[in-house]
Design a protein. Structure first.
Ligand SMILES: [Zn+2]
Length: 245
């Protein structure tokens, strides 16, 4: 398995970092996990060809995780993709085609079929991928209920299993407690170190994880702790790097 950290930034604007995006490749499949701004350019740099991606999975609907999807779809259209693209969304997938039309992007002009599907069904198509709901969006609950909005507070972490070891991408979290069982004994965890407190990041040591890659721009206290503990399983994820399991 190859794990390419194409975007290790957070929602804060950055001169250097792309928004969240991970390219995960196995022997015969290629998945994009989140499609933050900059993902099209990063995929070109990574040598991605038009028909190579099998599916795009979006963990939650914050713009730093989905804002690149429109240019990615446009790129695949312009490059003449012919293979069906499965796009898994965490919620409100019925509204996505209207968003494309909003941008004058009309799927009937594509040479490929775009299937927009609920993320919770991804295991039916790709049994090695599993999904775990996390607590990232729960802070919006009162606002959404008081205004009777259709937002569903859906935020997920993703896992790809392999005989050599599992890879988990936490995506954004409130706490690492919300995915404790999901990450236990995994080989490589790419974890949001921008939102959870340092103590929550430190708790991950208890779960038997071989390698913990910190992404989404570490909190200052977490980065300081990391510099003082260089021999731990933790390291800061490097944008553009290719990790192997
Ligand atoms: Zn984010």
């Amino acid at each position: 398995m190859q794990i390419w950290t194409l975007g290790t930034g957070s929602g804060w604007p950055s001169q250097e970092l792309n928004n969240s995006c991970v390219l995960v490749k196995t022997e015969n499949k290629a998945f994009l996990w989140d499609a933050g701004e900059g993902c099209s350019r990063s995929l070109l740099k990574a040598g991605m060809t038009a028909n190579e991606l099998d599916a795009v999975l979006i963990t939650h609907l914050h713009p730093d995780h989905i804002s690149g999807i429109f240019m990615l779809i446009q790129m695949l259209y312009l490059e003449g993709r012919t293979k069906t693209l499965k796009l898994y969304l965490p919620e409100r997938e019925d509204e996505f085609i209207d968003m494309l039309r909003f941008f004058y992007t009309f799927p009937q002009r594509f040479a490929f079929e775009l299937q927009v599907l609920p993320l919770l069904t991804v295991s039916e198509d790709f049994p090695k991928i599993s999904v775990c709901a996390n607590d990232h969006l729960l802070g919006y609950k009162d606002l959404i209920e008081s205004q009777n909005l259709p937002n569903q507070l859906s935020a997920f972490s993703l896992k790809l299993s392999s005989p050599q070891g599992d890879f988990v991408y936490s995506s954004d979290l409130g706490t690492t407690d919300s995915i404790a069982d999901f990450v236990r004994d995994t080989h490589t965890l790419l974890v949001d170190a921008g939102h959870p407190e340092l103590q929550q990041i430190q708790k991950l040591r208890e779960y038997g994880i071989k390698r913990i890659l910190l992404t989404h721009e570490c909190r200052a206290e977490t980065r300081k702790w990391l510099s003082e503990n260089p021999d731990s399983p933790y390291q800061e994820a490097i944008q553009g790097h290719k990790y192997h399991i």
